[in-house]
Design a protein around this ligand. Sequence first.
Ligand code: BGC
Length: 403
Amino acid sequence: MKKLFSLIMIVALLAVFVPVVSAAPPAQGQEYIIATGDWLSKLAEKYLGNVMAYPAIVDATNKKHAEDSSFAEITNPDLIEPGWKIWVPSAEEAAAFMGAPAIKVAVIGKSVHPYWANVEKGVQDAGAALGVQADFFVPTAEDVAAQVSTMEGYIAQGYDGIAVAPSDPKAMEATIKAGMDAGIPVITLDTDAPESVRLAYVGTSNKAAGVVAGQEMAALLPDGGSVAFGTGSLTALNSLERMEGFREGMGDKITVIEPVNNDKEDSATALELANATLVANPDLAGAFGVYAYNGPAWAKALKEQGKVGEVKIVCFDATDEHIEFLKEGVIDVLVAQREYFQGYKSVELLTLMAQKGIEAGMAEYGVPDDKIVDTGVDVVTLDGLADYDANLTSLGIPHTWTP
Ligand code: BGC
């Protein structure tokens, strides 16, 4: 009796499981009940012959669900439950679904900061406007290894285009080449790697903008004096070019305090270094903020030490914090980048290259022969704040502050 019961059980179990376990690739698609240990990618490999085709199962199941709620709704392909009823499309249907190539591009920035949040906004807005997947990554602070490994990941995942702001152009050269060798167009943004095989650079002309900053400081200090620099990198080209440009523009009455402060894109360190510099140099006449958080770091240090007005500040960028310090009269001049455009234009250019091919895409975008897409800067003082606001609005650059 016991044996007979066992036999019945085995037959019953086979009746339930055999069709699933031994199912041949369906000709027209079929129902499937999720079993313990199933992954959509495993099912995609088994039934569709393509481990990457699992989004086709998700899409087909969700379409069934819309008509028949006994089918599961899959909102996260990594979270499926045993017992769920799903729909596996035919291999042909899946291929057709996967064949409509969704373009996906990625942008890699340098550090977590409102400056990079503006870049990210540009990336997202362009992705939405163009109907492409546009992903964005930044390390917390200067981190060349994180940039390299993230980019290697994007290359392995077969992105259609990558834009990177190399914190160390030399260290990034091999990875840029690996992307290009894999057939992925690679460009730089914000800071360039001109010795690499990157196709173009989208960003500020940093040397020229640095010259402007130096000239502005010279105008603020007609009798000259000593000026301290605060930067976040001694490898990134944008930092080096800005400082070189500043020295060119500042004339011969100004001397620079050496060595310059390097906080490695850590704003807390930037503030500590700014405070220490003010203490060590009681006659300091000016401070140059090379990166976005450097101007505010100088401003906070001046306030903490009661030196507002005694030390002039010229700095890059114009986030909300910069504008506040400008309005308060703590910061004198901003050299404002158009970082929103850096993100937006990078996605536009990469998308065109993915759609039309590298040469045709670059030509259609109007990339100049020198491969530099200059996004421009604005020199902003308190007097010019209303004009700057109007200019941003006319350019379509989102901002929330008011003059
Ligand atoms: C620079 C970026 C840097 C950022 C830091 C900007 O001025 O262009 O390279 O990462 O400041 O917030």
